[in-house]
Design a protein around this ligand. Structure first.
Ligand SMILES: Cc1cc2nc3c(=O)[nH]c(=O)nc-3n(C[C@H](O)[C@H](O)[C@H](O)COP(=O)(O)OP(=O)(O)OC[C@H]3O[C@@H](n4cnc5c(N)ncnc54)[C@H](O)[C@@H]3O)c2cc1C
Length: 463
């Protein structure tokens, strides 16, 4: 018998599972088809695993700084098996929570690989079985997978981004190929765990698509942590040798890493799921959607990494919810003007809005910076590296962008994102009383500096 649903999600990652919960709350009969684990890349191999292992790396860092905090020196020897086991416990607990939410909302989780076999018809296969389900609305949320370089040999010491945190050993020398968010994050984490790191980026800087000044400042900090970074450099050859590799870079440098991580981008999961047969429009591998996330085939939507753009879990959450709402009759649409984003390096980098370069090209701007070292709370907790920068329109005081690197930058950026979303001038941030002593006062101080009212420092200021 064919099961019928109001709405079916192909893929149970961030877009699929949050969209499903929203749809169930709107009263729909909902199915989620998932071939691996609910939570997708984010929960099982991406956002959460990296943050769990990063927490271990930071704990080690604090232990190594024991004397600074008034303790006798302690030995901090990482036990990679225990660190990975802890990460796995975190994943299991969160996966269980999603499954409980599904149960409570009567969302049917159908295990297997799904493919569209007609409008609103999905065939779900698993070994030895297949089933057909029908849904009035379908949301394609199949996500993405890591890309690799053909020249890199496969083997137990060569990892793609999604595989790295299932590692069973601590690399001695890790070659990270790619200086985007994932490469920088992994480099920072494994450095704190004690690996020697060489990071290679083909473009002229790390985090090549964000604010230049902030990315350069972060680079200085990574180098201070003894991470070796080669920009404008590519990997020319990799040959296995003994327990590791002989690697030659385009700048002539020879390396002998024992482990390689490829963090060179992602591919969209659009193959073999019936998109061509249904005539769903695609462009360079991603599904094309309108602002309501509708594809060109009525009743069929797509959300999350599979539509390209920002490949971020919180964007996928918002898209899954938007698609579910529109499919069930609400007028929802996506607004990408305010998208905060973070790189969980140590310390963190977070941004919202546009870079200073882009702002200067398009607007008349004022820019203010505030260094964490001038802040009471940063001094109290011993985290002095980094700064907050806000770029605002000179005439309207509208915030155009903000870039933070430093402790808890990823949390601090939300306040600025909210101000931008509400079209509030930077002055509103300044006029809001902030709790003391907190790191959030760095945001207050930079807003004050934008209006020539800096209290704790005379920050450099450009017009
Ligand atoms: C190392 C790493 C760290 C990251 N850290 C962050 C971070 O800190 N913050 C952040 O915002 N983002 C982060 N990301 C990105 C984030 O993981 C993705 O943007 C997010 O997972 C995308 O969600 P999604 O639902 O679109 O797709 P996915 O998470 O890829 O989920 C898609 C799901 O669909 C399933 N699926 C695919 N095809 C089928 C099919 N035919 N049938 C059934 N099921 C199918 C897959 O098994 C998968 O579970 C990170 C990514 C990586 C790799």
């Amino acid at each position: 018998m064919t099961e019928k649903y109001d709405i079916a999600f192909l893929g149970g990652g961030p877009a699929g599972y949050q969209g499903a919960i929203r749809a169930a709350k709107l009263g729909a009969r909902v199915a989620v088809i998932e071939e691996r684990f609910v939570g997708g890349v984010c929960l099982n191999w991406g956002c959460i695993p990296t943050k769990a292992v990063r927490a271990s790396a930071e704990a080690g860092r604090t232990l190594r700084r024991a004397r600074e905090y008034g303790f006798k020196a302690v030995e901090a020897v990482p036990d990679i098996a225990a660190i990975i086991a802890r990460k796995q416990r975190v994943i299991k607990a969160l996966r269980g929570s999603i499954e409980q939410l599904f149960l409570a909302r009567k969302i049917e989780l159908i295990e297997g690989r799904g493919a569209l076999v007609g409008p609103g018809k999905i065939e779900v296969r698993k070994p030895g079985e297949s089933a057909l389900i029908e849904a009035s609305k379908v949301i394609i949320a199949t996500g993405s997978r890591p890309a690799g370089l053909p020249m890199i040999p496969k083997g137990p010491r060569v990892f793609l981004a999604d595989e790295m945190l299932d590692i069973s050993f601590l690399p001695q020398q890790l070659l990270v190929i790619g200086g985007g968010a994932v490469g920088v994050e992994m480099a920072a984490i494994f450095r704190e765990l004690g690996s020697e790191i060489v990071l290679v980026e083909a473009l002229d800087r790390i985090l090549p698509f964000d604010d230049r000044e902030t990315a350069e400042n972060l680079l200085t900090i990574l180098q201070r942590r003894k991470i070796k970074v080669y920009c404008s450099t590519t990997v020319e050859s990799v040959v296995e040798s003994g327990d590791g590799f002989s690697v030659r870079l385009s700048n002539g440098t020879e390396l002998t890493p024992d482990t390689i991580l490829q963090a060179v981008g992602r591919r969209f999961n659009t193959e073999g799921i019936g998109l061509e047969q249904l005539g769903i429009e695609m462009e360079r591998g991603r599904i094309v959607v309108d602002k309501h996330l509708q594809t060109n085939v009525p009743g069929h939507y797509a959300a999350g990494d599979v539509i390209g753009g920002w490949l971020l879990a919180h964007v996928a959450f918002a898209e899954g919810i938007c698609a579910a709402e529109h499919a069930l009759g609400l007028g929802s649409w996506m607004d990408y003007w305010v998208v905060p984003r973070c790189v969980f390096s140590i310390p963190e980098y977070a941004a919202v809005g546009i870079s200073e370069e882009e702002a200067r090209e398009k607007y008349s701007v004022k820019v203010a910076r505030f260094p964490f070292k001038s802040l009471g709370m940063a001094q109290a907790i011993g985290e002095l590296e980094g700064q907050v920068k806000i770029i605002a329109d000179t005439e309207t005081d509208t915030i155009l962008g903000a870039h933070i690197f430093g402790p808890h930058g990823a949390d601090l950026i939300s306040e600025i994102a909210l101000a931008m979303k509400g079209d509030s001038p930077a002055r509103l941030v300044m006029d809001t009383i902030h709790t003391h002593p907190t790191l959030s006062e760095a945001v207050l101080e930079v807003a004050q500096a934008l209006h020539d009212q800096a209290i704790h420092v005379a920050p450099s200021r450009g017009h």
